[in-house]
Design a protein around this ligand. Structure first.
Ligand code: BES
Ligand code: MN
Ligand code: MN
Length: 453
């Protein structure tokens, strides 16, 4: 008989091969062309849940992509019930030509698995499936009741999962949620994420004259929508990186002295950060450190901007329209809907004469902070310590997992964010990868976490 950790140790190749099968499925949730593949990925995950011995495995139809469920509720009512969440959908792989090996042909190089979704989130999600398998197949009693919920729409804002939670409260009832979809603080430096930012995302269309115009014949006499859009974007932040939308900061919970001290103690190397990004210097809201700026404070960025002539050479044209995608990362207690209204109002106020604007909202999400006193975090920290041989840090992160706020609101459950990825894994970018070592340690940390509960 082997222990769960021995079981995992002995099956590294087998688990890697199984993960590869999932990584080969291009489950791109944002692109309707891949709908069949997204379904195939859901079926594959369900197959895995059945294979490891879970009960009630189902692929739940939704208005969008399916949700995969499965459970193992045999530990008894005095034992905690853990809901394990992850997502099997991935971001589009573009730009394709920047990949050294194709995004859906997983390859190992220098101890890393290269594939879209390797780190976000197929590889990380898989660690928990294998951890549970290590109990069920090694004949070790699982010291907790387990429910899995793996969705296929995280990368598009979880539109189906939000209502699904609300209408399946009893079925998903749990004492805590466990998620591995974040990053560790640094290589070989495990950390528990206790804060995620929220998101508000808009698209602005600026329209001017009824057609593209000759910039010599009309230039100087007509408002240029591209210029007008840039003018508006400039007015969104001042030179100190402070967002200028009236009311934007009203609900921002200030960082306490205690929290700022904790931020300052984290082993962050500003020079290494600059070097890795090939930037002369960092930039952000005056008065805050980089770590504070990217996780404890809100931010606002243009994600895309276009209009006018984008082809080769010079075309003398005054465009009739210009567009931008703009998003803000939010911190507690900002509300994405409210920030959208403030932003829309401000854009109409600062709109220059001679153009019209239309503002539309994309999916967003609420920010979260996890209560550091929650008992489950102790088991998570100890599990990290036992497997990585290093004390886990506690850190906030700048990314968003919108459904985590719903776990708190709808299921009244605290989420443990136990990430095994790294910020350098290039998630959402070309050449996304996941360190094999972290895949292995992730499975072991998850198994150890259940042992400790
Ligand atoms: N796993 C990420 C979120 C993340 C990444 C959190 C790194 C912390 C560290 C997730 O899949 C993601 O990409 N979320 C989106 C939000 C969504 C609404 C598209 C994001 O943060 O942009
Ligand atoms: Mn993710
Ligand atoms: Mn993602």
């Amino acid at each position: 008989m082997s222990t769960p950790l021995e079981y995992i140790q002995a099956r590294q190749d087998e688990f890697k091969e199984q993960l590869f099968q999932l990584l080969r499925i291009p489950s791109i949730s944002a692109d309707a062309k891949y709908k069949k593949d997204v379904h195939r990925a859901a079926e594959f995950v369900a197959g895995q849940l059945k294979h490891i011995g879970l009960d009630n495995v189902s692929v739940e139809k939704t208005d969008g992509h399916p949700i995969v469920l499965g459970d193992h509720l045999h530990a008894g009512p005095d034992k905690p019930t853990i809901l394990i969440y992850g997502h099997y959908d991935v971001q589009p792989p573009d730009p394709l030509e920047k990949w050294e090996t194709p995004p859906f042909e997983p390859t190992v190089r220098d101890g890393k698995i290269y594939a879209r979704g390797a780190s976000d989130d197929k590889g990380q999600m898989f660690t928990h499936i294998k951890a549970i398998e290590s109990f069920l197949k090694s004949g070790t009693e699982l010291p907790a009741n387990i429910k899995f919920i793996i969705e296929g729409e995280e990368e598009i804002g979880s539109p189906s999962l939000v209502p699904f939670l609300a209408s399946n409260k009893e079925r998903l009832k749990c004492d805590m949620v466990l998620v591995s979809d974040t990053a560790m603080f640094a290589k070989d430096t495990p950390s528990i994420t206790y804060g995620l930012r929220g998101l508000m995302y808009i698209e602005v269309e600026v329209t001017g004259p009824n057609r593209d115009l000759h910039s010599g014949v009309y230039g100087g006499g007509v408002q240029n929508p591209a210029n007008a859009l840039c003018e508006m974007i400039v007015k969104m932040k001042d030179e100190n990186g402070v967002i200028q939308i009236p009311g934007f900061y009203d609900r921002v919970r200030p960082l306490s002295e205690l929290e700022r001290e904790a931020y300052a103690k984290l082993p962050f190397d500003q020079d290494a950060y600059n070097r890795e990004l090939k930037i002369e210097e960092a930039f952000g809201e005056k008065g805050y450190s980089t770590l504070e700026r990217v996780s404890g404070r809100p931010s606002l960025d243009v994600n895309g901007i276009w209009g006018g002539y984008l082809g080769e050479g010079a075309k003398t044209v005054l465009p009739s329209r210009a567009n931008a995608k703009i998003s803000a990362r939010l911190v507690p207690d900002q509300d994405p809907k409210e920030i959208f209204r403030l932003m829309e109002k401000y854009l109409h106020e600062i709109k220059p004469p001679g153009v019209e604007i239309q503002v539309t909202e994309h999916h967003g999400g609420h920010p979260v902070l996890v209560d550091l006193a929650f008992y489950g975090l102790k088991a998570a920290a100890k599990a990290f310590k036992d497997v990585y041989g290093k004390e886990a840090l506690f850190a906030r992160e700048g990314g968003s997992i919108p459904i985590v706020a719903d776990f708190a609101k709808t299921l009244n459950a605290t989420t443990i964010l136990m990430g095994f990825g790294l910020n350098s894994d290039s998630i959402h970018s070309p050449n996304e990868h996941f360190h094999l070592k972290d895949f292995e340690r992730g499975m072991k940390t998850s198994a150890r976490f259940f042992e400790l509960l």
